[in-house]
Design a protein around this ligand. Sequence first.
Ligand code: NAP
Length: 484
Amino acid sequence: MVSRVIPVDGFDLVIFGGTGDLARRKILPGLFRRFCAGQMPEDARIIGAARSEMDDAAFRETVAEAIREFGGAQGADEALAEAFLERVGYEHVDATGETGWESLKGRLRDGVVRAFYFSVAPSLFGALAERLRSFGLADDESRVVVEKPFGKDLETAKALNATLAEHFDETQIYRIDHYLGKETVQNLMAVRFGNMLFEPLWNAQYVDHIQITVAETVSVAGRGSYYDTSGAMRDMVQNHLMQLLCLIAMEPPARFNPDAVRDEKLKVIRALDPVDHHQVVRGQYEADDTQPGYRTHVDDLRSTTESFVALKCHISNWRWAGTPFYLRTGKMLRSRTSEIAVVFKDAPHSIFGPEAGTHRNVLAIRLQPNEGMTLGVTIKEPGPGGMRLVDVPLDMTFAEALGPDAEEVPDAYERLIMDVIRGNQTLFMRGDEVEAAWAWTDPIIAGWKRRGDVPKPYDPGSNGPEDALMLMHRDGRKWREIKA
Ligand code: NAP
């Protein structure tokens, strides 16, 4: 399969759900920032579409507000905002009815890229795809962008893939996992495959274990009714953590092109062993003196949905046999930290004797805050009095390393939307990847249900349940600190 990369001369981007939360906070401000960075062609048009009745001017006003609030430093620049808004329009369209489709079609131009962003509930994807074709808005060159959640299990993901496949070729479908748009995640590939230094050590012989942490401080308040049908495993592990795991563990693709990269990621997911239920810890945050607990946020005082999960897994292939991967993610934890840590093994023999202690190299890849990488190396503590060893970080915080002239790191959505326009699918999930990820997580979730598993309570602002610490302690290892 060859991806069609079309130079960005002009485009029509229709955002279904243009009045929704995601469009307001991420998609429209992201487009504005790319516009400010000079990356939007003169001939670009953005059309919001939703059921709310409003005209172009009213929609532009909502976009202007979104830009002021979420557009970054340039959001306050009225001249820039005005120039951007000239490209913005609105069409009142019902995804499940006949309203608005002919009129929307009339706005679209021939000879430019057409992209349709489905920023609506997944239950509307089928109706949108069907109408885009039946009303003649989309052709074989058009692209559709779909948001997570991509199904809630293997069966629903397959059904969703099948529905989209009725109307669009896989090369036209862009499934967003915004973690893949993060600068550090792409840098991970640059560091691994652009340097000679790391790749020879990137295997079970030299790596003791790998930790992936995505810790959030937010609760589920405000989105409790959705979250309670999902839980941390479906909401975070099946997609974001799995994608990070793939990029860390995959073999070098022959080329940096969509299918070469995605083939290698798929092989990783397929090589994952089933997870023993003793190696999974579920948690749910409790109330404390100042705030309500999970069950209050979801309005179900008996909910057994997890707001935290930690697990240990293995990849059965030559590169990783014997190296455990520890994954954890949760809400209401001590700090907002996303990090991948590659923990190397001890040196085989210490010439400095036991008093020098044990020291390990750790490559820590931070996704947030302060995207960057740190390589911990062991050196001699300066000064007389013998050979005392100390670990120091070689810091590769990108903003500092690249200096003040470096372009501001674009938000993940900015990058991904522009990739859609450019026709580059490398950072989007392919249908078979998504299905393979569900095929791995489904049995874990089914096991909880079968056993009537109840999540372990944990305090807001903590590192999660005690059992999650034990998951590593049992192996003589420990989690890296979630720094406050
Ligand atoms: P939202 O705030 O509820 O917005 C939904 C949008 O869909 C609104 O613009 C709504 O406008 C429109 N809509 C609803 N029914 C429609 C219909 N029949 N025809 C046309 N438009 C219709 O949801 P959201 O938070 O923006 O999320 C959108 C999608 O992104 C969801 O799949 C969500 O899971 C995913 N997502 C969201 C976030 C986030 O941070 N918000 C993050 C990741 C993924 P009208 O009511 O005017 O029609």
